[in-house]
Design a protein around this ligand. Structure first.
Ligand SMILES: [Zn+2]
Length: 380
C-alpha cells in the first residue's frame, strides 16, 4: 500500500536548496533542518539539534522502544553536491515516467524522506517498536563527514541503517579513500645551464613510475565484494616557464582503501618506498604532505544481525536480498567504527547521484519506506 504524502515530502525536500556550503552556490543546512523539525513536530515526534558548524545542525528524531537499553539508528544526509552542469531545473521537482527529478532526489533525499515517513508511520499507528529508534538527518556528508562524526560522539546502539542510493541492495562493504600530495623539490637554474640546477619534474617522473608499480601490486589482494584497492595519480603540476629548470613539482594521489587498511599504515608504506628511491637517486628531495581526505572502508560481517534481517525483509518484498559491496564511501563507515554494525541501503542508483540529470525511481522510494518501516518494527 502506498504511503500517503511520501512523494510530496520528497518534492518539498528537493525544493529546499541544501547544496553543501563547501561548494559553489551552497547554503547552510539550517533551512532543510527546519523543515525536518517541523515535519516531526507536526506528528508529535521529539527532535533535537546538534550544531556541527554555525547554521549547520544535524536533526535527530527519536521514537522510544519497548526494550530498555536497545537502540537502532537510521541516518541520511541533508546536504547535496553543487548544481553546476545540471541540465534540468535543480530545485523544481517534476515527476515523469515514474521518476522524481531534481538535485538531491536520489542522493540523499529519497532515502531521507522514506526514513522520515517510516518513523512517522509507527507513531501514527500507535506502535512502540522493540528498540528505540533514532533518525539522524546529518550535514556535511558530501564534503568532510563532520555531521556523522558529531552524531557518533558517545553513540551506542545495536545497528545502523544508512541511506545512500544502492538500488535497494543491502551493502555491507565499501572502500575507504586517502588523498594526499607529494612534492619534489629541486634547484632552479637557467635552462641554458641545466647542470647548475636540479630538475624537480625529472625527479617526480621516477616517483610517479614507482607509484604506478604500487598500483599494479595492489591487484594481488582482492576483497570478495570489492575487488582490489586502487591508486591513481590524478594531478601533476610543476615548473614556471620552459627556459627554467623547475625547482618544484607536485602530484596528488587518490588511493582507494580496502576495509581493514589503515590510512597511517598505507602512508608509512609509501614513505618506505620513497626512502628506497632516495637511496637510489642521490639528490632526490621528495616529501609526502598530510592527507586532505582520509576515510576507512566499511566491512560488516554477512552474518551480523542487521544484515540477516535486511536480507529477509528484502526477500519478503521480492527484492534482491544478497549482500553486496560498493566502491564509494559514506557515513556508514563512521557508524561502524563507533561499534554499530552498519548497513547501507536506499532508493535510486549511484549513477544518478551528482549527475546532470538526477532522479530517483518513485517505486524504489516506496520500497525504501516499506523496508525501513519493517526494519524498525522487527529488529530486536
Ligand atoms: Zn549521498
Amino acid at each position: 500500500m502506498a504511503e500517503p504524502r511520501l512523494l510530496d515530502t520528497l518534492a518539498e525536500l528537493v525544493r529546499i536548496n541544501s547544496v553543501s556550503p563547501s561548494y559553489p552556490g551552497g547554503r547552510p543546512e539550517k533551512f532543510i533542518a527546519a523543515y525536518i523539525r517541523d515535519f516531526f513536530a507536526q506528528r508529535g515526534i521529539e527532535t533535537h539539534e546538534q550544531e556541527v558548524f554555525p547554521d549547520r545542525p544535524n536533526v535527530v528524531a527519536r521514537l522510544p522502544g519497548r526494550v530498555p537499553g536497545k537502540r537502532i539508528v537510521f541516518e541520511a544526509h541533508t546536504d547535496t553536491v553543487a548544481i553546476s552542469g545540471m541540465t534540468i531545473p535543480p530545485f523544481e521537482p517534476t515527476v515523469a515516467d515514474g521518476k522524481l527529478f531534481g538535485r538531491g532526489s536520489c542522493d540523499d533525499k529519497g532515502g531521507l524522506c522514506a526514513m522520515m515517513h517510516a518513523l512517522a508511520s509507527l507513531k501514527r499507528d500507535g506502535i512502540t517498536p522493540p528498540c528505540e529508534v533514532l533518525l539522524c538527518a546529518a550535514v556535511d556528508e558530501e564534503y568532510s563527514y563532520r555531521g556523522v562524526v558529531k552524531f557518533c560522539e558517545g553513540l551506542t546502539g545495536q545497528a545502523a541503517v544508512v541511506a545512500e542510493p544502492t538500488d535497494m541492495r543491502v551493502v555491507i562493504a565499501g572502500k575507504g579513500v586517502l588523498r594526499w600530495k607529494v612534492v619534489a623539490r629541486g634547484r632552479a637554474a637557467h635552462s641554458s645551464k641545466p647542470h647548475l640546477g636540479v630538475n624537480a619534474i625529472s625527479h617526480m617522473a621516477r616517483v610517479i613510475l614507482a607509484f604506478e608499480e604500487e598500483h599494479r601490486a595492489l591487484a594481488a589482494r582482492q576483497h570478495p565484494l570489492l575487488g582490489p584497492g586502487t591508486l591513481n595519480v590524478g594531478l601533476v603540476s610543476g615548473g614556471v616557464q620552459v627556459n627554467f629548470v623547475p625547482d618544484e613539482c607536485t602530484i596528488e594521489i587518490d588511493r582507494r582503501l580496502l576495509p581493514g587498511e589503515k590510512p597511517d599504515d598505507v602512508l608509512a608504506g609509501y614513505q618506505r618506498m620513497l626512502d628506497r628511491l632516495k637511496a637510489d637517486a642521490p639528490g632526490l628531495n621528495v616529501e609526502q604532505l598530510p592527507p586532505r581526505t582520509r576515510d576507512e572502508g566499511l566491512s560488516t560481517p554477512a552474518d551480523a544481525a542487521p544484515v540477516r534481517l535486511a536480507s529477509e525483509i528484502l526477500r519478503g518484498l521480492r527484492l534482491n536480498g544478497e549482500p553486496c559491496g560498493v566502491p564509494f564511501g559514506s557515513d556508514a563507515s563512521k557508524l561502524s567504527r563507533q561499534g554499530l554494525p552498519s548497513i547501507l541501503i536506499g532508493p535510486g542508483s549511484i549513477d544518478r547521484a551528482h549527475a546532470a540529470v538526477e532522479y530517483v525511481e518513485c517505486d524504489q522510494v516506496e520500497a525504501a519506506f516499506e523496508f525501513y518501516r519493517q526494519f524498525m518494527l522487527r529488529f530486536e
